[in-house]
Design a binder for this molecule. Sequence first.
Ligand code: PLP
Length: 393
Amino acid sequence: MKIRINENFKLIGKNYLFTEIDARVRKFEELHPDKKLLRLGIGDVTLPLTRSVTDAMASAVAEMADASTFRGYAPAFGYDFLLQSIKRHYARFGVLIEASEIFVSDGAKSDAGNITELFGDNTALIPDPVYPVYLDSNILAGRRVEFLPATEENAFLPTHEGLSGEGYIIYLCSPNNPTGAVLDREALSEWVGFALKTGSLIIYDSAYEAYISDGSPHTVYEIPGARGCAIEICSLSKTAGFTGTRLSWTVVPSELIAGGISLREMWGRRQATKFNGVPYVVQRGAEAALSDRGRGECLALVRYYMENAAILTSVLRECGISFTGGTSSPYIWMKCPGGDDSWTFFDKLLDKAGIVGTPGSGFGKCGERCFRLTSFGSRETMSEAASRLIRFL
Ligand code: PLP
């Protein structure tokens, strides 16, 4: 063919991490067909949708089956009933967001990837390690990237120390995937201050806000000034078990103006051009998840996963393995014992304990000697994993 391609695709390479994990797991299963594997690697939830959500979705399905209540295309930015629910959700944290600043979407992954379309030639500051979408989407857009190392030395909370430029696009994820580290009020205020001072924009991913239990902000807008420098992306995937149901939203405050244009209007234009809305049935489910009763049910799911995390972290503590996360996050980020690199530890854990985790190097260079365990699983899996870990570590 004679077409020119986006050469940047060559720079992101193959999605090596999960294919390589699958290949190694398959090989293990062929060699040990009788050994039960415990999967603590995936970042997917396992508990079902809650009662409020399924009841609401069932009623919505009934509406779709009746000509008088049938709905076609949803509004591109979300039905007003859901925008109002999201607005009330923010009020739980003392934050006022207007419905016109909220854009409902089918996933935080899509929004985090697509938001790059709004920006020109800026440097993106990306934590290392972190959810890989921010890096890959910026490389695809041909943007310069500088990493913000998250290491044991800074308690896995990157800072802006040593950065002297301006006009950055700054990615923050709190609680962080994979480290589970949470930006407290002071650390987040530091970032907001830096963004305001340098004319930068924060893209704040709060997909795990429901797991926060230490009083840290659930939304960047709890920090004064954040409306002038931050876009927030949130999702019901990990809060309400919506990974297969799909609903998220992005908040773009009206104060955000760059290049003489409102970013809120730009994002609206982008969504209206390339996205045709989230299904009515799903939006009714999301409305139920965000109601007081629904939020209570979701927090019960979160509690279940956090009790799982406590089972795992008590073993790590007992074995003297240092780790972060597991308190305000479903992820536990442990140091590989004996100075192993993360793939060597992956193989040992699989071979000796039949446990599948995720090598830290898959989330960035700084993850090279770390390993991620997730608490999304049944209580039985966690208890069995705990006893195998005690024998192995
Ligand atoms: N943001 C973070 C930090 C994540 O870890 C994930 C999924 O693992 C997502 C966003 C994706 O969320 P969604 O399912 O809404 O696309």
